[in-house]
Ligand binder design. Structure first.
Ligand SMILES: Nc1ncnc2c1ncn2[C@@H]1O[C@H](COP(=O)(O)OP(=O)(O)OP(=O)(O)O)[C@@H](O)[C@H]1O
Ligand SMILES: [Mg+2]
Length: 935
């Protein structure tokens, strides 16, 4: 046989490009390499060359590869690549946790503490590559066979490459194409190298077979079609055989023809050796001697002897304590040749052996998966067990195992509850993979099953519906479950939550009270807390601060005395609680409860509390002026929401971050983000939809698109609720934009209503917003004296609510008012305060905008000192028009005001100038006296 360790033939161009990439990576950059080509064409070989070259330049080289028959080993490619490299200990905690999780999965630990959820694993691996010293080459081979989790992780790393010098090289056949990975490869030419390997040329064969005559080389080239693996196999073939193959069986004959050829090599071996070879093919790579012996049904000594001989023959290569075939194609050929029946029994033997010896659970599940028969209860249990440990970690693998488990589980009455558990687990796995609708369908059967699984299923179905924004469906599901269940408290609480999201306050209140009642009877304190926190939210939504306070107190007391494990199943309750507490200015408490909720929920996008907690996090961070943190939190959460594929949540989160983006980067950036967001459609849940639309309107307003802002605000539906929903803020923005639009009547009316509502609700932040709006409107119409107290009230309320950005904006407004009044000292004072707030929050755009305002104000101030005091610019305008003989109606038309407004202005002008009629006013004007206030 030809020696495959011989030097590399041809491929000069490819090597040149790879060397360049290695150079770039050595300089601290990220590069991706994709190697494709037909079986045996030399992908692995080229990857090895790349690894060797990188190694020579001092890189840490990590190689992992997928195998054909083991697709249910989660992260197998990364286990192989990264676990040998666990020294030295990565300093980074996230990296360490990820590595430990991989080690635990590779050992197939049954119940491991190390197991973490997917997102954290991805991030940890990314950190591992980022924090490792020096440059790294991560070589991933045979990705066409890779398990789903390995593929997903590769996609993640390619889409968000860790910083620092890293080379990720992937190799795969054209089919089956790892589509996600291919799509994730960087498109920029300088970032990625794409190598599609072609057959070797005839001239290359001179190097391959230096001793062969030209005629023989030509025959070899024709027979092999330039495929190096084929060339290797044919190296010793006689000329008549070669001539017979010249029809070009390969690649036309495909891998099968190649496999037949490879088998010819083994066919000369005695039967017992082939039996061991087949056992090895079943056992898979890294097979241990005892397992191979057991599968082959020989003693260990005989097996060892046979393996030695296979090694000597060159078909098998020993690595550490394990054995593997020389080439995956050879293994595939042997595996297939063993025949379906023998293979199935061989897997069955492997499973029995591993089961009895408590072998690694994933390995056990793999053999069970390949041998389980219909009605095999034990097999179903094994698969279920293995899947349960993988749900958060590798849902794709878990769903594969569960589907087999459900298929083989006997259809017996007494196994119903086990079947329901499996279905529930399957629904979770499927949802994690982003198939929300399919997941809900799977739940249908569970919902009709017995308690308590059906209650759990109802809760989970509700989570799915929330993520899909389909609250009506959630409500329907829950009310149906309610009618059948004996465990009503949890369902009632969930119904209250759903109705809060639907902004149906009456129903939410009713369910909240019922939940409180039931939970009290059950003496379930955490559920009681959940009910109180929902009631608090509801009271706040209905602008009843007193009730909100009472319920929030009760909830907080219970939550603070509960343990983490008690709280965990209801971690979602902490979101409404934190939100209400923030509204009540109980800031530290709000922060503590939010942090606890986030900690308990972790990175599980499918956790019940996840959406609400994450949205509240973004809203509160923005309010506190931690703008970068708000944007980052929204981004991270949106990334997580992409796992279960929840458009609803992604859009809401990004919308929640719009104000922070605005204050940081200005309206252009925010507008671009808003446009991108609208392209996905608005959220369907009433509350999230209102939040999103309000923020879109805010961005439009600041981008100077007042008409678009007004259109957004007037297009319904908006709920009548005020306090926690968008209500008061919407009214405020509406009033200000109406004023900008010269619709004084609406502006005054809206700001007045808003103020009354806010006073009724009694919550500081909203009072701030309502006063601010009132001041803005009055300023627009030149009512400086009246505007001033509102603006300072706004600033004070915002300061109390610890909302620095809002306070800064109110102070900026105050400064404007002072400048109009000619009070330069007060103006400067407020400007300085506003600036301090913006700087505190690094609100770059607001700072720039403030600097511009400052210049404008200085100019106004100079002009102002030369102008008559007393009349606002609007009043001055009206006075002049009235003096020139226009009627109120004519003035109104000209200034786009209502006649009533003009009348009101004139009345004030008369008082200020101490004139009693238009005639007198005209005379004062004609006399040429300035419109100065009479002494
Ligand atoms: N350019 C080359 N020069 C010398 N030997 C080569 C060359 N390319 C490949 N080989 C040898 O040919 C055999 C098949 O190559 P390799 O395993 O790299 O193919 P592959 O494309 O990875 O196939 P598969 O799709 O089955 O993984 C190996 O023994 C390898 O060493
Ligand atoms: Mg290969």
């Amino acid at each position: 046989m030809h020696d495959p360790s011989l030097k590399l033939i041809g491929r000069a161009a490819e090597l040149g490009r790879l060397a360049a990439a290695v150079g770039d990576v050595a300089a601290g950059r990220f590069r991706a390499v994709s190697i494709t080509g037909s079986p045996g064409i030399g992908k692995t070989r080229l990857l090895a060359e790349l690894g060797r070259h990188a190694g020579e330049r001092g890189f840490t080289v990590m190689t992992g590869r997928a195998t054909e028959f083991e697709r249910c080993f989660p992260f197998a490619v990364y286990v192989e690549a990264l676990t040998p490299w666990s020294q030295p200990d990565p300093g980074d905690a996230e990296a360490r946790a990820a590595l430990e999780a991989l080690v635990s999965i590779s050992r197939g630990d049954r119940e491991s503490e190390a197991r973490i959820d997917r997102y954290r694993l991805y991030r940890g691996i990314s950190r591992l590559l980022e924090t490792a010293p020096g440059s790294i080459a991560l070589l991933l081979d045979d990705l066409h066979w890779a398990d789903q989790p390995s593929l997903e992780l590769t996609e993640y790393l390619l889409r968000k490459p860790p910083r620092g010098g890293l080379l990720v090289a992937v190799a795969h056949r054209p089919a089956p194409l790892p589509i996600g990975v291919v799509a994730a490869l960087p498109q920029a030419d300088d970032q990625a190298i794409f190598l599609d390997l072609q057959p070797l040329e005839e001239k290359d064969l001179a190097e391959f077979f230096p001793g062969a005559a030209p005629h023989r080389r030509r025959l070899l080239h024709r027979a092999s079609a330039g495929n190096p693996l084929y060339l290797n196999a044919l190296a010793d073939a006689s000329e008549p055989v070669l001539a017979g193959l010249t029809g070009g069986e390969y690649p036309a004959g495909g891998p099968r023809a190649l496999q037949a050829l490879l088998l010819a090599e083994l066919n000369v071996l005695p039967g017992e050796l082939r039996q061991v070879a087949q056992a090895l093919a079943v056992a898979g790579d890294q097979a241990s001697l005892d397992l191979v012996a057991w599968i082959a049904e020989t003693g260990e000594e005989d097996a060892a002897d046979a393996l030695d001989r296979l090694c000597a023959h060159g078909a098998v290569i020993p690595t550490d304590a394990f054995f593997a075939f020389r080439h995956p194609l050879l293994r595939a050929a042997v595996y297939r040749e063993a025949g379906m029946g023998w293979r199935t029994r061989a897997h069955e033997r492997a499973a029995a052996y591993l089961d009895a010896h408590r072998g690694p659970v994933t390995l056990l599940a793999h053999h069970v998966q390949r041998s389980a028969r219909q009605g095999d209860e034990r097999a179903a249990d094994i698969l279920h067990d293995a899947a349960a440990g993988l749900l958060d970690f590798a849902p794709a693998t878990a769903s594969r195992l569960l589907r087999t488990a459900l298929r083989v589980l006997p259809a017996r009455e007494d196994l119903t509850s086990r079947r329901m558990d499996m279905l529930l687990a399957l629904a979770r796995a499927v949802a994690s993979l982003g198939e929300l609708a399919e997941s809900r369908e799977i739940l249908e059967e569970v919902l009709l099953g017995p308690d308590p699984t059906s209650v759990e299923a109802a809760g989970f179905a509700s989570v799915l519906s929330r993520l899909m924004g389909d609250l009506d469906a959630a409500k329907h599901l829950l009310t149906r479950a309610l009618s059948r269940s004996s465990q009503a408290a949890a369902i009632l609480a969930e119904l209250a939550a759903i109705d809060s999201l639907r902004l149906d306050s009456a129903e939410a209140w009713r369910y909240g009270l019922a939940a409180l009642d039931q939970a009290g009877e059950l003496d379930d304190q955490v559920l009681v807390a959940a009910a109180h926190s929902l009631l608090a939210l509801n009271a706040a939504q209905q602008a009843r601060a007193g009730d909100a306070h009472t319920h929030a107190e009760q909830a907080a007391r219970l939550v603070d005395s509960a343990t983490d494990s008690e709280l965990r199943p209801h971690a979602g309750l902490l979101a409404p609680l934190a939100l209400v507490e923030a509204q009540l200015n109980l800031r530290d408490r709000a922060a503590r409860h939010l942090a606890k909720g986030l900690e308990l929920v972790g990175y599980q996008g499918l956790n019940h509390g996840f959406p609400f907690l994450r949205i509240v996090e973004v809203v509160l961070l923005t309010r506190e002026g931690r703008l970068c943190a708000a944007v980052a939190a929204a981004e991270e959460a949106a990334e997580l929401a992409a796992f279960p594929n929840s458009q609803e949540l992604t859009v809401t989160l990004r919308a929640a971050a719009l104000p922070a983006l605005l204050w940081l980067h200005g309206p252009q950036t925010a507008l671009a983000a808003a446009d991108e967001l609208i392209a996905h459609g608005l959220p369907r849940s009433a509350w999230w939809s209102e939040l999103t639309r309000l923020n879109l309107a805010t961005v439009n307003f600041h981008a100077g698109r007042v008409d678009a802002c007004l259109a957004q605000l007037t297009a319904g539906p908006w709920s009548p609720m005020t306090a926690v929903g968008a209500g008061i803020y919407r009214q405020a923005l509406h009033a200000i934009s109406a004023a900008r639009f010269n619709d004084l009547h609406s502006a005054l009316l809206l700001s007045d209503l808003g103020l009354a509502d806010a006073k009724g609700a009694g919550l500081d932040h909203q009072l701030g917003a309502a006063h601010e709006a009132r001041a803005e409107v009055l300023l627009q119409y030149g009512e400086l004296e009246e505007a001033l107290p509102h603006a300072s009230a706004a600033a004070a309320y915002f300061a109390d609510a610890k909302a620095p950005i809002d306070e800064g904006r109110a102070r900026q407004l105050l400064a404007t008012l002072h400048s109009r009044n000619g009070d330069a000292t007060a103006m400067r004072e407020e400007l300085a305060r506003a600036k301090a707030r913006y700087t505190e929050c690094s609100a770059a755009w607001l700072e720039r905008q403030l600097a511009r305002t400052e210049l404008r104000m200085a100019a106004t101030l100079t002009r102002r000192t030369q102008e008559p005091a007393g009349l606002s610019s609007r009043e001055q305008q009206i006075a002049e028009l009235a003096g020139s003989g226009l009627t109120n109606r004519e003035i109104a038309q000209r200034l786009y005001l209502s006649p009533k407004t003009v009348e009101a202005h004139l009345a004030r002008i008369f008082v200020k100038l101490d004139v009693r009629s238009r005639v007198e006013l005209a005379r004062r004007l004609a006399e040429g006296t300035s419109l100065e206030h009479s002494p």
